[in-house]
Ligand binder design. Structure first.
Ligand code: KG4
Ligand code: ZN
Length: 359
């Protein structure tokens, strides 16, 4: 295949995502239309109470090629139907990233298809476009997952303003640690959510951190310590009866921090809509409060479905389609970058938001 061939208006992109503990492959047309989307959540980490990087890499080695085959088969595409291969180059676990990157490079070399390295965080910003054909910039995004807690303003596709991020733990990480402390299975966020929902509404309050300095930043480590100290002060024979109220108190403070951050970001930007992505976006209390915030402000809010909220390759392919259309081609010397950030930046966009159409 000729690597200089004309890229179509609606490029068909194979996306590969292996930055943490999801092995994912997808085929997307433009940045609106999903043709095939496979996500395998690695279950091997549950017994260790957290993601074990070496195990994640080994699982990616086993699962990446079968996931690609399945995504292409669901999409009904062959190599000749593709216009490019997009792959997450960071941030994430270095060994895990390198598996996806090596596979993508080998496939690019073997097929002649252009290679496009994608920032995982930018992928999350594109996930909003994949489900709602009317969704378009400008919009705010809260990314709240096990690895990230950030707010970005999407002024336009490729034009981002970073408004804040966590200065220590990610929101999901705090849910996991407190959940495990309360005896819940890892990953504990959804279990903690259920425990808090089923508990009688209590009055237990924990501090919500205010982070000094510019930006709407978050901190969850003080909250975590406050909850741990409280929990350890409860006599062992009373803990079972207090688990629900502690879960609820923790969740209340964590959610309040996220909602206040979004409120400040709405004030600053005047954005007409915002979206919430990452595993924590499933949290029921967070959804209720952000829905209420949107109603109060008269702005639109979107919670993409779980398959697009958690790590997935469709969002990587969508961001890859945008950059390919804007001329990005990466060489085989492209490196993984485990601590890649998404600072305020502008990629030169020379096209309208049309590829993929209003699917
Ligand atoms: O985006 P994601 O699937 O992937 C990674 O970050 O790897 O996010 C997973 C995170 C975990 O920390 C999990 O405990 C948390 O999202 N999570 C939740 C809920 N569902 C998943 N946290 C709070 N409430 C939930 N309902
Ligand atoms: Zn993610």
């Amino acid at each position: 295949m000729d690597s200089d061939r004309l890229i179509s208006e609606t490029p068909v992109i194979l996306g590969i995502e292996t930055s943490c503990d999801e092995t994912a492959a997808a085929v997307v047309q433009g940045w609106r239309k999903i043709l095939g989307n496979v996500v395998v959540s690695q279950e091997i980490h549950a017994e260790w109470g957290g993601v074990v990087p070496e195990l994640a890499s080994r699982e990616h080695l086993k699962l990446t090629l079968p996931s690609i085959r399945q995504a292409m088969s669901t999409a009904g595409v062959a190599w000749k139907d593709l216009d490019g291969i997009a792959v997450t180059r960071g941030p994430g676990l270095i060994g895990a990233l390198l598996v996806g990157l090596s596979v993508a490079k080998a496939l690019s070399l073997g097929t002649g298809l252009p290679l496009i390295g994608v920032n995982h965080l930018e992928g999350h910003l594109f996930s909003l476009l994949l489900e709602d054909p009317e969704w378009s910039p400008p919009y705010l995004v809260l990314i709240a997952s096990g690895g990230h807690t950030e707010i970005h303003m999407v002024e336009d596709l490729g034009v981002y303003r970073r408004l804040g991020s966590t200065v220590d733990d990610a929101a999901g990480e705090a849910f996991d640690k407190i959940g495990v402390l309360l005896g819940l299975d890892y990953p504990a966020g959804s279990h903690l959510d259920s425990l808090a929902e089923s508990a009688e509404s209590g009055a237990l309050r924990f501090p919500v951190a205010q982070v000094d300095g510019p930006g709407h930043n978050f901190s969850f480590s003080g909250l975590k310590t406050a909850v741990m100290t409280h929990w350890r002060g409860i006599p062992e024979d009373e803990r079972a009866s207090q688990r629900g109220s502690v879960a609820q108190g923790f969740q209340r403070a964590a959610v309040q921090a996220l909602v206040e951050g979004m409120e400040a970001a709405l004030d600053e930007t005047g954005a007409p809509r915002f979206g919430v992505t990452g595993g924590v976006a499933s949290n029921r209390e967070l959804r209720r409060q952000l829905t209420e915030l949107a109603r109060r402000r008269g702005v639109d809010v979107a919670f993409p479905s779980p398959r697009l909220c958690t790590d997935n390759a469709a969002m990587i392919a969508a961001a890859g389609a945008f950059h390919l259309t804007n001329g990005q081609r990466d060489g085989l010397d492209m490196d993984a970058d485990s601590s890649l950030r998404l600072p305020s930046q502008s990629f030169t966009a020379s096209i309208e938001d049309t590829p993929g159409g209003k699917a």
